[in-house]
Design a protein around this ligand. Structure first.
Ligand code: ARG
Ligand code: ZN
Length: 872
């Protein structure tokens, strides 16, 4: 924790290090508060560096230096400089040398959960992005790749000792109650991929034979008693390994692959070479403890971390500005995996909903940045939806532009050219230029220009000439002080639909200019335009579609994404009309028309249940904000949203009831697509019916929660009761707590359900829950369950006109910042939309933001987020 104004790092300042590390031998003597680390490094001058005979500047933080030796000789304090961030050896030898450093750290006192820390009595690590410097002095940056040999010494009460690579040795330490294990990783890697685990853990094991004939031992390590909850994760791991061999021709490259689940973890999971460490909520699952959504997330995150072995580990990033090189690409790969395992159409809708809910709000406001930013203060603040999800959309656009064959060729070329290297986004894109023969120079702007483009479309039909002329205009909103934005190169898949619902044209255009006109010939009748099919570009469309056109698309669009989208567009239109108080008398009929149009697909036996469930989901509050631009009255928006949903639900009531009755199932639980789709539809219908205040809902909720045989049903009912302020909510909450109070992941769900119970007074309830005996600020999952949900998913609670929501958030951010800056900083992003609200809310938010900024000490993490939020 520093008090001076934190420093900004710039992409343009990148320089290779003057020295490289060939290999590292690490010895850990693990003790809760005084762990000793000895690092022996083989160093050599870096030919790529222009700075000759430079000082050796190593990163180090929160550690105590015990000794430094070069070629076996101890240095004296005059040979180096030491400050809170660096160890600088003034005159290292000009030729290769060995450097031995001894340090001490305090894993038990490490509440930031970065570096080596303790969680529930076990030792574990999180080194991405810059945690390794809390273990020893090192070039803690991704372009320095070294081979690691690790020796762990620990008390025998921690029998499981793990690190990266393959096991090399293990045994007792004679005359003590301690033992050791050694691990050897033959693949050079950057320090952020280092990992160590020591604990009294249970494990499950399996095997996998790779396409290259390698026998790989798979292990999943969890807290004792949780072994039975690992089967789904193991199955997902094997499916991922198989899929990567088949689709990307990538095989695994070590003799073991281990996963460890820990209960205190800042993020989702971490791809450390051969030793993935996971937030336990993304590993542990049984039908009675995890929902369908949990099962799907586990499958996707296991895959994501596994896929990093090639995209991230074998080919890593030159510097942290290139983060989307590994994250965007790996998200793209896990999206494709899920699309192959489940319904591709539904997965696409899922991903777009996610982009709209999390990436668009980031891109519209003060925290906007391109997938490859050009500066940062704290890199941990850039593990964002823009880097991950927009990064994935950019990969997907390359695929759409150059086609599947060239894309595959480009990927294989990327693996061939850059295996074992620390690469840049330019090098990645160059592979697709080479594979396709196409120039992607303009396309590259997607990586460097922030903001969501708006594409306006207007079409004119000439009945005599039978032509349809489409004019497309693209623009990106400029924030204060920004340079003019450049037009982007975007693929826009489109169709022209005839009045009878039949296709008149299916194809794609490439928009490259600010304004561009496309003419389609031989169009037999005046068409309805279906643009940006499959969400081929991550943009906001602006067009004047009539309600009639949207209803036609909802009935007939052959692109399943745009068919769904038509319903979304219409729903959003109706919510906004309600908000603005427009045409109040015609409004109920318009909602009824949408309900009528939905009845047909809902009854269509050829459509998946999961898809039908999506048809019944509608845009959330955050998604409406950009269309309202400013001076938003949160109470009125909440009312408009609620009115729309309940009016629609009343119209649909009999269909909802039918769906609910027909999706009753006695089959043994499977987390597969068919069953989880059926359940998604069932609880979506029940939730809507509860908003219609349908009389049969209460009895169903009681039945669901009492006789539930799986968590999807039990939590589904609880969520419906708490979300829609059903009088049964208190009862169901008490029952849920009683049956699950021993299970931390379910207690998280119990907190989450209450955090999202709407109402302008919910800040008080959340504040009271912070004094509950099960609440702790030390476990990120618990903080996220109660507070991230309150801030991010309780619209009228957080934005209450009283300012109580903002005050609570600020109190919590300041308190948690002292313990765990990464967690505090993630909570702080919840203020990113503050300027869009009316003057009362703006003033209250601004006051709280200024209060946070004045807190001392303040981490660079929170400083960066809050100062940016206040500025733009
Ligand atoms: N690389 C991890 C992933 O799979 C994320 C780790 C980020 N952790 C952090 N503290 N910034 O996406
Ligand atoms: Zn990742």
């Amino acid at each position: 924790m520093r008090t001076e104004t934190p420093k900004t790092i710039f992409l343009k300042d990148y320089k290779p290090t003057p020295y490289l590390v060939d290999s590292v031998k690490l010895t850990f003597r693990l003790h809760d508060t005084e762990t000793l680390v000895r690092a022996e490094m083989r160093m050599k001058p870096n030919k790529a560096s222009k700075t000759k005979s430079a000082a050796l500047e190593l990163d180090g933080e929160m550690i105590k230096l015990l000794s430094v030796a070069i070629n076996g000789e101890l240095l004296s304090t005059g040979d180096y400089d030491l400050n809170e961030r660096k160890l600088v050896i003034r005159k290292p030898p000009a030729k290769a040398f060995t450097l031995a450093i001894e340090t001490q750290c305090d894993p038990a006192g490490n509440t930031a959960l970065s570096g080596l820390y303790m969680s529930n009595g076990m030792f574990c690590t999180q080194c991405e992005a810059e945690g390794f410097r809390r273990i020893t002095y090192f070039y803690d940056r991704p372009d320095v790749l070294a081979k690691y040999h690790v020796r762990i010494e620990a008390p025998k009460r921690l029998p499981v000792l793990l690190s990266n690579g393959n096991p090399a040795a293990s045994g007792e330490i004679a005359g003590t109650d301690r033992h050791f294990a050694e691990w050897d990783d033959p693949h050079p890697k950057p320090s952020y991929l280092f990992a160590l685990v020591a604990g009294d853990l249970a494990s499950v094991h399996d095997r996998f034979t790779t396409s290259e004939g390698r026998e790989v031992g798979l292990g999943i390590y969890v807290e004792k008693g949780k072994e039975s909850r690992c089967a789904w994760a193991m199955q997902s791991l094997k499916a991922s390994m198989r899929w990567d061999e088949k689709v990307f021709k990538r095989a695994y490259d070590l003799d073991v692959f281990n996963i460890v689940a820990v209960s205190d973890f800042n993020m989702g999971a971490m791809e450390n070479k051969g030793l993935n460490i996971f937030n336990d909520k993304y590993v542990l699952a049984l039908p009675e403890t995890a929902t369908d959504t949990d099962f799907q997330l586990i499958e996707a995150i296991i895959a994501h971390e596994y896929f990093h072995n090639w995209t991230g580990n074998r080919i890593t990033c030159r510097d942290w500005f290139q983060l989307c090189l590994k994250e965007g690409l790996t998200v793209f790969r896990d999206q494709e995996f899920t699309a192959d395992m489940r319904s591709r159409d539904v997965k696409r809708i899922d991903d777009v909903q996610d982009v709209r809910a999390r990436q668009f709000p980031e891109d519209f406001g003060p925290l906007q940045h391109p997938p490859r930013p050009s500066s940062y203060i704290e890199i941990n603040n850039f593990y964002t939806s823009t880097v991950y999800e927009k990064g994935a959309e950019v990969c997907r656009m390359i695929l759409t532009l150059i086609g599947a064959k060239a894309f595959d060729k480009g990927m294989q070329l990327y693996f061939k050219r850059h295996d074992g290297e620390a690469a840049t986004v330019e090098q990645f894109v160059a592979c697709f230029e080479a594979a396709s023969g196409r120039k992607l120079k303009q396309f590259f702007r997607w990586y460097e220009q922030a903001g969501t483009p708006q594409v306006a479309a207007s079409g004119v039909y000439n009945a005599k000439a039978k032509t349809y002329t489409l004019t497309l205009t693209q623009s990106v909103k400029r924030l204060k002080g920004q340079k003019p934005k450049q037009p982007l190169h975007m693929p826009l898949a489109l169709g022209l639909i005839g009045p009878d619902g039949k296709a008149l044209y299916n194809g794609m255009v490439e928009l490259t200019k600010a304004v561009q006109v496309f003419t389609f010939k031989n169009i037999a009748a005046k068409p309805v335009l279906s643009l940006n099919r499959n969400f081929s570009a991550p943009v906001v469309l602006k067009r004047r579609a009539s309600e009639k056109d949207l209803l036609l698309q909802l009935a007939h669009d052959s692109d399943s994404f745009n068919r769904w989208e038509a319903g979304q567009e219409l729903a959003q239109k109706l919510m906004l009309e309600r908000y603005h108080g427009k045409e109040a008398n015609k409004w109920p009929q318009k909602v009824e028309a949408l309900a009528e149009a939905l009845r047909q697909p809902l009854a269509d036996p050829h459509l998946d249940d999961a898809y039908k469930a999506k048809l019944l989901e509608f845009p959330g509050f955050e998604q409406l904000l950009p269309a309202l631009v400013k001076d938003v009255d949160p109470a009125r928006l909440n009312a408009a949203h609620t009115d729309f949903i309940s009016t629609l639900a009343q119209s649909l009531e009999s269909s909802l009831r039918e769906i609910y009755q027909s999706t009753e199932s006695t089959a043994a639980y499977l987390p597969d697509d068919a069953q989880s789709g059926q359940r998604a539809l069932r609880y979506q219908a029940l939730g809507l019916a509860s908003q219609a205040k349908a009389p049969w809902v209460d009895a169903s909720l009681i039945k669901e929660s009492i006789s539930a045989t799986n968590m999807t049903a039990e939590y589904g009912a609880l969520r419906i009761a708490t979300r829609f302020e059903n009088p049964l909510a208190e009862d169901l909450l008490a029952r849920f707590y009683q049956s699950h109070s021993a299970d931390p992941l379910l207690i998280d769900k119990w907190f989450a359900a209450q955090a999202t119970t709407p109402g302008e007074n919910s800040a008080a309830r959340v504040r009271a829950l912070m004094s509950h005996k099960d609440f702790t600020v030390k476990t990120p999952n618990r903080v996220y369950a109660l507070l991230r949900n309150f801030i991010g998913a309780n619209f009228n609670g957080f934005h209450a006109p009283s300012g109580e929501g903002y005050r609570l958030a600020a109190d919590v951010i300041i308190a948690i910042d002292a313990i765990n800056p990464q967690v505090a900083s993630r909570l702080a992003t919840g203020f990113r939309t503050w300027r869009m609200f009316d003057v009362n809310n703006r003033q209250k938010a601004q006051g709280e933001l200024q209060r946070i900024l004045a807190a001392k000490p303040l981490s660079p993490d929170v400083f960066e987020i809050i100062s940016r939020t206040l500025k733009a």
